[in-house]
Design a protein around this ligand. Structure first.
Ligand code: PMP
Length: 414
């Protein structure tokens, strides 16, 4: 029998589905079954209302005006920085930098840290299961600097080879950048171990938390991670907003990524004095509405608790695997022991795209293709997968409909 608090938490999570107006709509004249939350999660009414309220009543530019509205907007914006600080347990609020999202945060670190620290002959370590967002920025800076990208291999189950990783670490390694939870395979990586081993050689670690921040409790001090990045839109917040957490000592030593307003203390034609953290990395008018909407999403998650959400999602993943397993010719891509929130699969003889199209006709939204992780598909020698990804607002009924849909696709296509 689960603990009473867990049961109470789960009831709250089940009831929270009604907070998402889009889940009531029809698609192709069928009730929507949304199984694509790993690409982008839906938004609760409170996030929508908060953004609406901001634009209706409070909008003004931040950090610039003495007037009332500007000060009010600045306060609301900075309050969210403290909210995010508490949410991820950062030591200081100025270690939280607002960006456009995960991709933008990684580009910031690759460019700024890379510019200051990479030289010809140096190495950057990533893993075999990275999203393109955590491959390409590193490739670009390595090419510019004459550095080399090293890749931690993974096994057939989709688990990283930690022993091979330890062998890759050397005096040449300047940074390790690894995904916390894989968006294609659902693998939860042993990130504490990855960080511990890198720190033995004084190498900083960046974790791509795009799929983790809303599926597991993230405590950056406990992880002792040096950079942690995530996107608002995956965690029930708006698009176009994200976070770069960085340890003060690293962020302070890094040059600005972009120049412009807000990131300066003073400008003459001869010299610019840069602003302190966090503003040094927030050039130009920021996504104020996005930040304020992100704050509402953080409140929303904290109210339901990541633990309760994750426990229901785990049940959904296990239920989906159990139900899919009995289908003929099913093949799972990614069978890590420690996994979360996504199930990637193929039906032998069928193209994932064709399955996706038939599911769509039934109102079921799944993702098909390479999921911005082409090297994973190359490793398994496949064009792509069908990926069902789950959020706490999904139900077992959604999964039953998915199974019916896949069966229908098999009947039609085989
Ligand atoms: N990393 C991972 C693991 C992701 O799942 C995603 C989004 N699919 C990204 C990075 C990129 O996130 P964004 O597009 O929000 O920048």
């Amino acid at each position: 029998m689960p603990h009473l608090e867990v049961v109470k938490g789960l009831h709250k999570v089940w009831e929270a589905r009604k907070d998402f107006p889009i889940l009531e709509r029809q698609v192709n004249r069928k009730p929507l079954v949304y199984l694509d939350s790993a690409a982008s999660a839906q938004k609760p009414q409170v996030v929508i209302d908060t953004i609406n309220q901001y634009y209706s009543n409070e909008h003004s530019n931040v950090h610039r005006g003495v007037h009332y509205l500007s000060q009010e907007a600045t306060t609301s914006y900075e309050v969210v920085r403290e909210k995010v600080q508490r949410f991820i347990n950062a030591r200081n609020n100025y270690e939280v930098i607002f960006t456009k999202g995960t991709t933008d945060s990684i580009n910031l670190v690759a460019n700024s840290f890379g510019k200051a620290n990479l030289q010809a002959g140096d190495e950057v370590i990533i893993s075999a299961m990275e999203h393109h967002s955590n491959i390409v920025p590193w490739q670009m800076i390595c090419e510019e600097k004459g550095a080399t990208l090293k890749v931690i291999p993974m096994n057939e189950a989709g688990e990283l080879d930690v022993v091979a990783y330890a062998d890759l670490l050397s005096d040449k390694t300047k940074i390790v950048a690894v995904v916390h939870i894989s968006n294609s395979l659902g693998t939860v990586n042993p990130v504490k171990e990855i960080i511990r081993r890198a720190h033995q050689k004084n190498i900083p670690v960046l974790l791509d938390g795009a799929q983790a921040i809303h599926h597991t409790k993230v405590d950056v001090q406990d992880l002792d991670v040096d950079f942690y990045v995530f996107s608002g839109h995956k965690m029930y917040g708006p698009t176009g907003i994200g976070v770069l957490y960085g340890k003060e000592e690293y962020l302070n030593a890094m040059p600005p990524y972009q120049g412009g307003g807000d990131m300066i203390k003073s400008v003459t034609f001869e010299k610019t004095v840069y602003n302190d953290l966090p503003h040094k990395f927030e050039a130009g008018t920021p996504n104020i509405a996005g930040v304020i909407g992100l704050g509402a999403a953080v409140d929303y998650i904290e109210d339901l608790t990541v633990e309760a959400m994750a426990s229901w999602e785990e049940e959904l993943v296990n239920y989906a695997i159990e139900k899919l397993s009995v289908l003929e010719d099913i093949k799972f891509i990614g069978q890590a022991k420690n996994r979360a929130s996504v199930v990637s699969f193929l039906v032998n003889g069928l193209h994932p795209y064709d399955i996706g199209v038939i599911l769509d006709k039934l109102g079921i939204a799944v993702r098909t293709g390479h999921h911005c992780t082409e090297p994973i598909m190359d490793k398994f020698g496949i064009p792509g997968t069908v990926r069902a990804s789950f959020a706490f607002y999904n139900t077992k009924d959604d999964i039953d409909k998915l199974i019916e849909g896949v069966n229908r696709a098999i009947d039609m296509l085989k």
